[in-house]
Design a protein around this ligand. Structure first.
Ligand SMILES: [Zn+2]
Length: 492
């Protein structure tokens, strides 16, 4: 007995020692510090006014693409022409599908693969009745309290304005890119990008453009205070995005009078099917792109969380359990299941002949809309419930871009160069929503999603929410980032 205890104690001590050593030795993934660059002068006041002006054009995308105010888009585009005269003079501007914009800044060396800088002109609507809740009018574009306020200030006119400001400044400097730079600004990202970004990508493909060296779109930001255990700023660069599929669950059967119901009604059958789905969530995949975030962030964490993450060989079940307990982190590990619509019945004393639900799934890379459909059918396992893809509405998850690639390293170096005082750490992550960059799958191995502006713990609520605003400082950093990125893409 004594011997067993002594052995056990030795094992525990050795294990603890191994864990501590592993945590202490965890190598940083940040790589060597990039060459310092001289601070980039940005006309911050002018740029803030420009973003404010852009917000004032109500380029709203409504569901189903109806009621598009084309005059607002044309107004925004005329504003670009008048505000960025050098862009107008030196870049070739094309309209794709009438309202999307494709600018070509021809490089001096046509043999070099090009880069594509993306953004979208459209915004989501302001929910009717909430206009009065805004501190500043939602389409006022006011510059106040160190921020530009209004719908689109963050999502995503800041990207469009930053890219245009950067190119205008580089042109004023006499800069000529070595490789061709495309600016691709879709007009319907908020409703899927089918008419805009998809057509721009197709246009480039038809012209034989590619492979593309770097595609950069919205989707990540500089997180401050978002990740537990990390004190400083973390630049989250999206390396992949989830797909989605809406599945319809339909139960049809005899109706009748509610006074003589069968043991299980159509509504009961449907409810049971939904319950089965929630009881059997999709399996967690710890080794996917969600994991990449930890590999990069863990070495920068305080000791206790680092102890856990450096020893996943032992702690994985615990870490996974904790992550699955929180909806935000759970979504990084698995395909999510969200019943969003349920209907059935018209009258209190009539049994409905149909009961129907829509369940929205956000699909992890590695799975497909089809594999989700198959799994849902087998989980429900009830012939009375017809499961189908609702309205053909599905998008496959994107491929995963390599955080070890030269393009990622160049991007990471640029981020650190333009934010030297922040000691920012760069980390890859999985984007939960969808962006227009999905249309470049197969056209480039380096599709990344990032905006070089800080986002606080409340930042995500502002996107599509009330009081959306962008800090003037963040806008300035974003402009400097695009300038440096274009230079670095040419080798610095
Ligand atoms: Zn957006």
């Amino acid at each position: 007995m004594k011997k067993t205890l002594a052995l056990l104690a030795t094992v525990v001590i050795v294990l603890a020692g191994v864990m501590v050593v592993r945590a202490a030795r965890m190598p940083s993934m940040q790589g060597p510090a990039p060459d310092a660059v001289a601070p980039i002068a940005v006309d911050t006041t002018g740029a803030a006014e420009h973003l404010g002006s852009a917000v004032r054009f109500r380029t709203v995308s409504y569901d189903n693409g109806v009621n598009t105010d084309t005059a607002a888009f044309r107004g925004l585009q005329a504003f670009f022409d008048s505000t960025y005269p050098l862009v107008r003079q030196h870049l070739q501007k094309e309209f794709v599908n009438d309202l999307s914009l494709l600018y070509t800044w021809e490089g001096t060396d046509p043999s070099l693969p090009p880069i594509v800088l993306m953004g979208h002109q459209d915004v989501v609507p302001v929910i009717p009745g909430t206009e009065g809740d805004w501190t500043h009018a939602p389409f006022g574009g006011e510059v106040a309290d160190g921020s530009i306020w209004g719908r689109g200030s963050m999502d995503d006119k800041v990207s469009v304005i930053s890219a245009l400001e950067a190119v205008e400044a580089l042109l004023a400097d006499g800069y000529q890119p070595g490789r061709t730079v495309y600016l691709a600004f879709g007009h319907d990202e908020e409703i899927g990008g089918l008419q805009g970004a998809r057509e721009i990508a197709r246009t480039l493909q038809e012209r034989g453009v590619g492979p593309i060296d770097l595609v950069l779109d919205e989707g990540g930001a500089v997180a401050k205070g978002l990740l537990p255990g990390v004190e400083g700023a973390v630049a989250l660069v999206g390396i992949a995005e989830k797909g989605y599929v809406n599945l319809e669950l339909l139960v049809e059967g005899p109706g009748g009078h509610s006074s003589t119901p069968p043991n299980q009604t159509n509504i009961g059958i449907l409810a049971e099917a939904i319950d089965e789905l929630e009881e059997h969530p999709f399996p967690a995949h710890f080794e996917g792109p969600g994991r990449a975030l930890f590999d990069y962030v863990a070495p920068e964490m305080s000791f206790v969380p680092r102890l856990a993450l450096a020893n996943l060989w032992l702690t994985k079940p615990l870490v996974e359990h904790m992550m699955l307990g929180d909806p935000e982190s759970a979504a990084m590990l698995r395909t999510t299941t969200a019943p969003t619509i349920i209907e059935g019945g018209v009258k209190a004393n009539v049994l409905p002949i149909t009961a129907r639900a829509i369940v929205n799934f956000r699909i992890l890379p590695g799975e497909t809309p089809r594999s989700v459909l198959d799994r849902v059918r087998s989980v429900i396992d009830d012939d009375r419930v017809k499961v189908s893809i609702s309205g053909g509405d599905s998008v496959a998850p994107s491929p995963v871009s390599d955080p070890g690639s030269p393009a990622f390293k160049m991007l990471a170096g640029t981020i650190r160069q333009v934010m030297p005082e922040e000691d920012v750490k760069v980390a890859p992550y999985l984007v939960m929503g969808g962006t227009d960059s999905k249309y470049y799958a197969g056209r480039s191995n380096a599709v990344f999603r990032f905006l070089a502006a800080p986002i606080g713990p409340d930042g995500l609520k502002l996107v599509h929410g009330t009081d959306e605003h962008m800090s003037v400082e963040g806008l300035a950093t974003s402009i400097a980032f695009y300038q440096q990125l274009i230079r670095n893409a040419d080798g610095g």
